[in-house]
Write a protein that binds this ligand. Structure first.
Ligand code: NAP
Length: 546
């Protein structure tokens, strides 16, 4: 171990590792995992690459960044005191509010004293003789730990486009994930945005308000739906607070831990008039209702999916003045909800503004970035600012960027070359004492709800092992194969699995990520929890513990 201030004094033998547990990442899941491990009395160190807490909400400070989950379902549920103290300002909080919230949590529970900032983990190698991990930071500092817990998020490895000339641009440019802390002024500036995912949609809407001129480079249009955000009054917050037990209970019962539950009816059970009225209602309501609270068959039945897609297409046509522009903004290669639905606040209307134009790069592909702008097949554009909203090497990307080596030096990246293999999205066979909070093949959805559960399960397992003096925790190969097969089977028949997106592991800017893979469990959170509970109730006999 390097000589560093802040490493706790050794209380045990010389061969004891520096820490009982190292957590990688001080975002939503890392902060909570630290809190829980401290309760167990463990010596914990969190390594965080940023200079502050928040993870996603520390990095993604691009214009317009906010979440699409209701704020009051997004906060932690574990502390009654915290629930009583924190007032959300908006139903869908913007990045600054969420970052403030996570800082408040870090201060309230005095979490910072165990977090080492500006510490990006580059490698982690398992040592069988000591049943511990060597953790190596990017700057060469080294530590040892008994348990290694990843809390590195699912969308944290940002990717730039592989367009020739990116590095030659002489103006300002930035990937949305690495947005600077200082404000960026767009007034009188010629701005380009490449990318129209959930991030691009928010960025474009905000930048269009002040930019001298904005050009949007779109490869795939999205089925966006209105967010309908609003401020929360004091009285409303008090009502929400009183309802917290029911709110969290409901989130536990729904498929994706959101407040919105799937409508039990089929699209074809109702008359066309009833269907239209129901969809109008969903379209006029806040949040993900139109995606998560829709008829039960819209994401599995092609005909049902076509009808709801047609409904959304009509909405786009109604909102865009120029019919040719409207057609460009209507997705043609995937149905509604088969990619993550971006929620928007006036996105389509910005294309009616005179300071905004849309370039469909399927018609005129980007040839290169030049020192002064962007050259497409059809034209050369000059810009002062280029914004890359080009997404992430999702789910496994953050793992690939750390050189994890398990038993016999096996590389995790190589093991997962053809797709992740995990037990419950938490453990990997051949990688003892590595535990993943919200790892690949865990259920996704309303992130904090699922992350709290995942961290609690990890904590329960660690407690179980420590109480019995067990120092080696590993998934069995049969267990990992079984869960992986189950995850793949659970996605069969779901339309999202037939579409290219980060949810199916596609990132055309990353080598080896061109083939669709099942990256997450899509059997729903209640089923996920049931399986996890059964493993725990059975004394973790499905694991190899020693
Ligand atoms: P994304 O959905 O993967 O979108 C990336 C965009 O960049 C896509 O439009 C993609 O086009 C385009 N792109 C990538 N490489 C390109 C290239 N070489 N040339 C041209 N275009 C290129 O990423 P994201 O928008 O950052 O969103 C990722 C996820 O983060 C979201 O789905 C969501 O889960 C989460 N998020 C949440 C919120 C929220 O809660 N409100 C906000 C932002 C993000 P193709 O589609 O053709 O590949």
């Amino acid at each position: 171990m390097d000589e560093l201030p802040g490493v706790p004094e050794r209380t045990s033998t010389e061969t004891a590792p520096d820490f009982d547990a190292v957590v990688i990442g001080a975002g939503v899941s890392g902060l909570y995992q630290l809190y829980r491990l401290r309760e167990l009395g463990l010596r914990v160190r969190v390594f965080e690459a940023g200079t502050g807490v928040g993870g996603t909400w520390y990095w993604n400070r691009y214009p317009g960044a906010r979440f699409d989950s209701e704020s009051w379902t997004y906060g932690y549920s574990f502390s009654q005191e915290l629930l009583e103290e924190w007032d959300w300002e908006e139903h869908f909080a913007a990045q600054p509010e969420t970052e403030r919230y996570l800082n408040y949590v870090a201060d309230k529970f005095d979490l910072r004293r165990d977090i080492q900032f500006e510490s990006r983990v580059a490698a982690a190698h398992y040592q069988e003789d000591t049943r511990s991990w060597n953790v190596i930071l990017e700057d060469g500092r080294r530590y040892t730990t008994g348990l290694l817990i990843t809390a590195i998020g699912v969308l944290s490895a940002a990717t730039m486009p592989t367009i020739p000339g990116v590095e030659t641009f002489q103006g300002q440019s930035c990937h949305t994930h690495y947005w600077p802390k200082e404000p960026v002024c767009f007034e009188d500036k010629r701005v380009a945005v490449i990318g129209t995912g959930a991030t691009g949609v928010q960025t474009i809407t905000e930048v269009a308000k002040t930019a001298g001129h904005l050009t949007v480079f779109q490869r795939t249009p999205q089925w966006c739906a209105p967010l309908h955000n609003a401020k929360i009054s004091k009285e409303e917050m008090n009502r929400i607070r009183a309802d917290y037990p029911e709110i969290f209970e409901r989130c536990q019962e729904t498929f994706g831990c959101f407040i919105h539950a799937t409508d039990p009816r089929s699209t074809f059970e109702v008359t066309p008039e009833e269907r239209e009225a129901f969809w109008e209602k969903l379209y006029s309501e806040p949040g993900f209702g139109i995606w998560m609270g829709n008829f039960r068959d819209i994401l599995v039945d092609r005909e049902a999916n076509k009808l709801i897609s047609d409904f959304l297409a009509r909405k786009i046509r109604q909102r865009i003045k120029d019919p040719a522009v409207a057609e460009k903004l209507i997705p043609k290669n995937h149905g509604f909800g088969t990619r993550r639905v971006p929620l928007e606040s006036g996105y389509f209307e910005i294309y009616n503004q005179s300071n905004v134009n849309l370039v469909d790069i399927n018609e005129t592909p980007i040839e290169c970035i030049t020192p002064s702008g962007i050259k497409t097949g059809g034209a050369e554009y000059e810009f002062d600012i280029i914004i890359y909203a080009t997404g992430f090497d999702a789910i496994t990307g953050a793992f690939d960027r750390i050189d994890f080596r398990g038993v016999d030096g096996v590389s995790l990246k190589e093991k997962w070359q053809d797709g992740p293999q995990t037990f419950l999205g938490i453990l990997v066979d051949g990688f003892p004492n590595l535990l993943m909070v919200m790892g690949p093949h865990a259920g996704l959805g309303n992130f904090p709800r699922a992350a709290e559960y995942s961290a609690d399960w990890v904590t329960g397992l660690i407690r179980f092992a420590r109480e019995r003096g067990l120092t080696r925790i590993e998934a069995t190969t049969a267990g990992a194969n079984g869960w992986t097969d189950h995850v793949i089977a659970a996605s069969e028949g779901l339309l999202f699995a037939e579409v290219d997106s980060w949810m199916t592991g596609i990132n055309r800017n990353v080598e080896g990520k061109q083939v669709r893979r099942i990256m997450r469990y899509s059997g729903g959170h209640p089923a996920f929890r049931e399986r996890c509970e059964a493993v725990a109730a059975d004394g973790y006999r499905e694991l190899a513990l020693a």
